[in-house]
Write a protein that binds this ligand. Sequence first.
Ligand code: C5P
Length: 243
Amino acid sequence: MARRKKIYEGKAKILYEGPEPGTLVQYFKDDATAFNAEKRAVIEGKGVLNNRLSEFFMTGLTQLGIPNHFIRRLNMREQLIRQVEIIPLEVIVRNVSAGSMAKRLGMEEGVQLPRPIIEFSLKDDKLGDPLVPEEYITAFGWASQQDLDDIVQLAIRVNDFMSGVMYGVGIKLVDFKIEVGRIWDGDYQRLVVADEISPDSCRLWDIETGAKFDKDVFRRDLGSLTDAYTEVARRLGVMPSNA
Ligand code: C5P
C-alpha cells in the first residue's frame, strides 16, 4: 500500500500530504491530552466524533461565508483541508468566565461576561501557550495590526454562529479556541479558520443542568468523554454511526 507523506503530527491530529497541491489530509486521533500533555489517554471514538463535529461546524461557517480550511470529509477519521500557513496564535473567545481566565482573575466560573472577550496565546508547547498582549504580537511580527483586526472580526463571526447553533440545542457556548491560517494568492493573503472546531477546543455547558460536554470532562475526571461528545453530536443530529 502506498504510504502517504506525513507533514506534521500534533497531540490530537496528524496532517498528511493531500491529493492535490495546496491540500492536506487531516486525520483525527483518539488521543486526549490536557495540561500541556501532562495528562494523556486514548479515548476510543473521540477522533471519529471530532472529525464529524468539526465538519459540521466548518460547513456551517462556509454556508455563512466565513472562510475556513475545510473542503470535505473523506472518511470516519479524515477530512480534506486547504493547506494554510498557520498564524502561531491560539485565538480564544470567552462569553462566560471559566478555565484559565477565572483562575487568573480569581473569578468564579459561570459568570456571564459583559461582552465577548477575545484573547491571544502564543502557540508554543514548551512555554505552555502563554497569554500574549497585542503589542507582543505586532512587535515580534507574528501578525500585523491589520491581521489582528481581521482575526478579531473572524472570531466574532465564529462566536455568533457557534453560540446560536449551540443555544438551539440547549447548550451554552462558554468559550472556545480557534486557529487562523493564511492562504496566499500571489501577494495577497486571505485569513481562514483552520485546525478544528470541536468539543476538544470549546467549553459547552447544558443550559438547564450545567452539565459539561467538553474536554473539561477529561481534564477534571467528570465521567465519560465519549458520552459527552456523543451527546453534542446527538443534539446536533450529527451521528457518527452514519459515517
Ligand atoms: O484553558 P482556557 O480557559 O484558557 O481555555 C479557553 C478555551 O480554549 C477552552 O474552550 C479550551 O478548551 C480552549 N483551548 C484549546 N487549546 C488550548 C488552550 C485552550 O482548545 N491549547
